[in-house]
Design a protein around this ligand. Structure first.
Ligand code: IMP
Ligand code: MG
Length: 179
């Protein structure tokens, strides 16, 4: 795998497609064991989580429902500090086991601010699944029940994650190449 350029930045290969797939198999097994008979509601955080969520949910073996939330905070390489959520009014989670599917937990703000919105709607439980977690960037308390990979505090793209909207279609994950 080679370095790639997106907009003005160079990215180097970081997590290969096969490693991602293997990890998703394990996460799916965890979800099947925990929620296989509980008819969970998967809440997918768009845009970044769309590829991860589709691979994960394909491997869920019980009944389940799927809903989408659009959360937007990043502009370029930095979080804007404000998170906008759309489609939250359509969420009917009362007494449901909710599984939030996220691409990456960075500062934690997106999910920290989203959780009270869900809790007001009285779900039976909330579990967070995130493909990536940057522990060194965490500023808000967020409990990730199922995580794919813990990574260092460097910007990544690919497998759904973007740099100013580009890079989501990459099948592997790339990391900002800072010499
Ligand atoms: P948080 O609110 O700071 O936890 O950031 C969460 C959102 O920011 C994620 O859902 C991503 O969409 C985006 N994000 C955070 N870190 C990165 C990154 O390294 N690359 C691309 N997007 C990121
Ligand atoms: Mg996201």
């Amino acid at each position: 795998m080679e370095k790639i350029t997106i907009h003005d930045k160079v990215f180097k290969p970081f997590i290969r497609e096969e490693q991602i797939q293997e990890r998703i198999e394990v996460l799916a097994e965890e979800l099947n064991a925990k929620l296989g008979d509980k008819s969970p509601l998967f809440v997918i955080m768009l845009n970044g989580a769309f590829l991860f969520a589709s691979e994960l949910i394909k491997r869920f073996e019980g009944n389940c429902e799927v809903q989408f939330i659009r959360a937007k905070s990043y502009v370029g390489l930095k979080s804007s500090g404000n998170v906008d959520y759309s489609h939250t009014n359509d969420l009917n989670v009362e007494e449901r086991h909710v599984v939030i599917i996220e691409d990456i937990v960075d500062s934690g703000k997106t999910l920290h601010d989203f959780q009270p919105i869900l809790e007001r709607k009285l779900p039976a439980s909330i579990s967070i699944v995130s493909l990536l977690v940057k522990p060194d960037a965490l500023q808000y308390p967020v409990q990730v029940a199922h995580q794919g990979f813990e990574i260092s505090n460097k910007f990544v793209v690919g497998y759904g994650l973007d740099y100013d909207e580009l890079g989501r279609n990459l099948t592997s994950i790339y990391q900002l190449d800072e010499e």
